[in-house]
Ligand binder design. Structure first.
Ligand SMILES: *Cc1c(COP(=O)(O)O)cnc(C)c1O
Length: 406
């Protein structure tokens, strides 16, 4: 293993706090990640030495803020291997990225009788915007079924595809079960029938290299806060030729070229989709977070997290009555489980008493919970700063909690 975990952990001050007198064991990374000092310091630095509104100013700070914001966009474009930074739009997060595409591209191109395909594994934010669009235009939402291991049934997906398919939208990695979906095949098959593809990469960016040209996805969204950056900032990637043909999302300053009461002309990419004063600090600091993970290296991160997941799966399945929910062949960094008939929330509360932070509930994925006939799960989700010792602590904490609850 090539990661220096002690050095990495020293970058994350919050990992040192005590909860109920115990060392914090933070295993809720799929909900949000912790932030390294480099990111935290960049926020302060921005307000101490850079803060100004961007893109219009004639003065020193306005130019500095604009340059840093645009440099961050370039760094993110390079990180995703986008063809151009014009394909990188700053949004609030994955949720806004999906809604933006549904409300602009969707309203323009999806008509009555057309079909949109999602999967049974999706986060609510990759379900509801498409339901709203379908209701509005009279299109139909089709769902790729998922087997008992939590894997999308690819052959069933192929059967759903037809010339009626306008868009396919799937997560890269499921936040509730950790399944890595076969996005390369999904994208290629959708393109054969002329459909566009949106990849919800919220859980992919923190764990693996994502290359939009290699994937050949049409759209991709992710959230800054899950990739060691701030909340309230995220990215919508779109192929330039598609973004050019899309109507704007919100109207206002920044997204226009000229405004008159006869009519308004819209700005060039990427500003067309960035109405109003953006989250300037967030955009700049997201670039810093991307530099930070690239400094560690995503291949090393992926390999280490595979070991963590493997170790955790082995340790936890030794616990009497514990069953893992989501046993796909290909998984990343998420371990959902139940113990006997113990309510996930009760277990979560007792783990918190021991300093262990996990998430309990449906994880914004009610449909897949319904399929498994459960209300929710306990979910431990890992980042590269987690350790084998923390998994031991989780295992011990579960054993203690189960003794109390049984
Ligand atoms: C977190 C998450 C979202 C929603 O992201 P927001 O940051 O809340 O907008 C969507 N999809 C997946 C897979 C997620 O993990």
């Amino acid at each position: 293993m090539s990661l220096d975990i002690n050095k990495i952990r020293a970058d994350f001050p919050i990992l040192d706090i005590k909860v109920k007198g115990k060392s914090l064991v933070y295993l809720d990374n799929a909900a949000t990640s912790q932030k390294p000092l480099r990111v935290i310091n960049k926020i302060t630095e921005y307000y101490e030495a850079t803060n100004a509104n961007i893109h219009r100013g004639a003065h020193y700070l306005a130019n500095k803020a604009t340059e840093e914001y645009e440099n961050s966009r370039k760094a993110i474009a390079a990180h995703l291997n986008a063809k151009s930074e014009r394909e990188i739009n700053f949004v609030r997060g994955t949720t806004e990225a999906i809604n933006l595409v549904a409300k602009t591209w969707g309203r323009k191109y999806v008509k009555a009788g057309d079909e949109i395909i999602i999967s049974a594994l999706e986060h609510h934010s990759n379900i509801v915007p498409w339901q709203m669009l379908c209701e509005e235009v009279g299109a139909n939402l089709l769902v790729i079924p998922v087997n008992d291991k939590g894997e999308q049934l690819y052959e069933e997906y192929e059967k759903l595809l037809s010339e009626k398919t306008k868009l396919v939208s799937t997560s890269y990695i499921s936040n509730s079960l950790g399944t890595i979906n076969p996005v390369h095949d999904i994208i290629a098959a959708a393109h054969k029938v002329g459909a566009k593809v949106f990849i919800d990469a919220a859980q992919a960016l923190p764990h693996m290299k994502v290359d939009v040209q290699e994937l050949d996805c049409d759209f991709l969204g992710f959230s800054g806060h899950k990739v060691f950056g701030p909340t309230g900032i995220g990215i919508l990637y779109g192929k330039e030729e598609i973004l050019l043909d899309m109507p704007p999302f919100m109207g206002g300053g920044e997204m226009i070229k000229t405004v008159s009461f006869k009519g308004t002309t819209y700005n060039d990419l990427p500003y067309k989709f960035e109405a109003g004063t953006p989250h300037i600090e967030g955009g700049i600091v997201l670039g810093e977070a991307i530099h930070y993970i690239n400094g560690i290296g995503l291949d090393a991160i992926y390999a280490y997290e595979e070991e963590l997941l493997h170790y955790a799966t082995n340790k936890l399945t030794e616990i009497d009555g514990l069953r893992v929910i989501g046993t796909a062949e290909k998984k990343a960094s998420v371990l959902s489980f139940l113990v006997g008939d113990i309510h996930p929330y009760d277990l979560g509360v007792l783990l918190n008493e021991q300093g262990v932070a996990i998430r309990t509930g449906h994880h914004c994925c009610q449909p897949i919970m319904d399929q498994f006939g459960i209300e929710g799960t306990c979910r431990a989700s890992f980042a590269f700063y987690n350790t084998m010792q923390e998994i031991d602590a989780l295992t011990d904490a579960i054993r203690k909690a189960v003794k109390i609850l049984r």
